[in-house]
Design a protein around this ligand. Structure first.
Ligand SMILES: Cc1cc2nc3c(=O)[nH]c(=O)nc-3n(C[C@H](O)[C@H](O)[C@H](O)COP(=O)(O)OP(=O)(O)OC[C@H]3O[C@@H](n4cnc5c(N)ncnc54)[C@H](O)[C@@H]3O)c2cc1C
Length: 469
């Protein structure tokens, strides 16, 4: 098949203009690199954009935005490629691929990191580590720092330092009208507010400045329990996190063990006094009888590699999510029962702990609105299409995730974490913003009236009505 067999005239013309305007590579079928460039973390996503503009700098990004608009091509932004819904790729569209813009530099004097828009979380962690500093990131190093930050950023430093977005000091943004602006507390403060929770709806972020924190090692490690102890351990977890100081954040969940049977994990991160931390970790180990669990002082960057074996690129994945104020008896029973009946050995549950510094930010302080203590339940159905378990097809595994999400709905807060909601959960995405939705939609109308950036989550300028009241 040649490119001309499926390219519209407009797309073909745009490719020509991009090739003469950009410093970076412009990839379209049948270039050998095109197919690799359109592959993202979720192997179930098989979209064919017309062209992928691998931008080298801000000028490339601004030119790509302009060319997409002039040729009426749907635009999307590809950072780390970890959005499970694949919103970084649009069929027949123009992709602004930031994978060649991953530079990070850290200034230990000001404890800040200057980060290019395509950097992964691991790039920032690696650059900060030699200075005894650490950024607030999620759990997996390969996730894009901008994608993670723009809609939230739950991680193990949340209690002490908030969400990733609470640590964003400024951003450089290419807007829909082609202008490049800075957003910070002093410059374009409305845009700065909207970027901290509103996702990629307002422009392409080409650079960010983050606060980074003195942190060398943390007291951490995976403690694993058999699923038969699931209810008891989760009850103890509920009590432990209800009184956790800021220095302690504990994640829990389930994944498939070596024999295929699910295991419950606790992943604590303690960043305070060693003796006090050891007491807390010992309490955590006594919540059941662990099958294994080495907890000790480890480099923060090594804490983040722990889920790498279970988040392999290319498996097919469907994710569902719920925000719960706490783990009730009923929700604990649902989680354990669902994992007992899990349909794929690669499926997992991750439960993130939101508290401390993140919960003290006023709800209207950033577009991200849910500022009370809660747990974020992430239900990950994942299957390998080449294995016998995967041969059952996505519908079986996806149904498992959807059924658990529907069961938990009666205990859940409205909305859900926008970074994990599916494209079919639009109303929930809007509800996530609570009292901030009206301001967010107004800013969307101001900065992107033609809806050039359809992003995670989709906020269309024309949206009004009941949800904003
Ligand atoms: C394995 C895995 C682990 C995860 N762990 C965590 C976690 O611990 N904590 C957590 O909070 N979330 C976590 N997530 C969710 C993750 O934060 C989101 O999926 C996020 O959108 C991924 O960003 P990305 O750049 O990798 O993805 P992409 O698919 O490249 O981008 C997703 C969207 O983000 C926007 N975007 C990305 N970069 C830019 C930019 N520079 N400018 C403007 N818009 C941009 C665009 O709208 C884009 O379509 C995880 C996801 C996965 C798959």
């Amino acid at each position: 098949m040649t490119s001309s067999t499926f390219l519209t005239q407009e797309a073909a013309a745009a490719i020509g203009v991009l090739r003469s305007a950009l410093r970076g590579a412009v990839l379209a079928a049948p270039d050998p690199a095109y197919d690799g460039a359109r592959r993202i973390w979720n192997g179930a996503i098989d979209r064919r954009p017309a062209v992928i503009a691998r931008c080298a700098d801000d000028n490339d990004v601004a030119a790509a935005v302009r060319i997409a608009r002039e040729h009426d091509l749907p635009l999307s932004v590809l950072g780390g490629g970890h959005d499970w819904g694949g919103r970084s790729l649009r069929e027949g569209g123009l992709v602004i691929d930031l994978s060649a813009m991953r530079g990070v530099s850290v200034d230990p004097r000001t404890a800040t990191a200057a980060v290019q828009g395509g950097a992964r979380a691991g790039d920032v962690v690696a650059a900060a580590h030699p200075h005894g500093l650490a950024p607030v990131t999620g759990l997996v190093k390969a996730v894009g720092m901008a994608g993670l930050t723009l809609a939230g950023g739950y991680g193990l430093l949340i209690g002490a330092h908030g969400l990733a977005l609470d640590n964003l000091l400024s951003a450089r943004v290419v807007l829909a009208d082609g202008r490049t602006v800075t957003a910070s507390a002093d410059d374009n403060p409305d845009l700065y507010w909207a970027l901290r929770g509103g996702g990629g709806n307002f422009g392409v972020v080409t650079a960010m400045s983050y606060r980074v924190h003195p942190l060398d090692t943390v007291l951490s490690g995976l403690v694993l329990f058999p699923i038969t102890q699931g209810r008891t351990v989760l009850r103890g977890y509920r009590e432990l996190i209800a009184e956790a100081p800021d220095e302690l954040t504990v994640m829990t969940g389930f994944f498939g063990g070596p024999d295929g049977r699910p295991l419950l994990f606790l992943l604590p991160a303690w960043i305070g006094d060693q003796t006090r931390g050891e007491g807390i970790v010992n309490r955590l180990r006594r919540l059941g009888t662990p099958v294994t669990g080495q907890v000790g002082r480890i480099a923060y960057q090594d804490v983040l590699g722990q889920f790498d074996p279970s988040v392999v690129n290319g498996r097919h994945t469907e994710v569902r999510t719920r925000w719960l104020t706490e783990l009730t008896e009923d929700s604990i029973a649902m989680l354990v029962t669902a994992m007992t009946r899990v349909t794929s050995p690669f499926s997992a549950l991750f439960i993130h702990h939101f508290h401390g510094a993140a919960a003290r930010v006023p709800a209207a302080g950033t577009a991200f609105a849910l500022r009370r203590d809660h747990v974020l339940v992430e239900i990950v159905a994942s299957w390998d299409t080449s294995s016998p378990a995967g041969a059952g097809g996505g519908s079986t595994h996806g149904r498992w995730a959807r059924a658990l999400s529907e069961g938990l709905a009666k205990h859940a807060l409205p909305g859900g974490y926008p970074n994990l909601l599916g494209g079919d959960e639009h109303e929930r995405a809007l509800r996530s913003y609570g009292g901030n939705l009206a301001r967010l939609l107004e800013l969307k109308r101001q900065f992107d009236p033609d809806d050039v950036f359809t992003a995670v989550p989709a906020l269309h300028p024309a949206m009004t009505g009941n949800l904003t009241k």
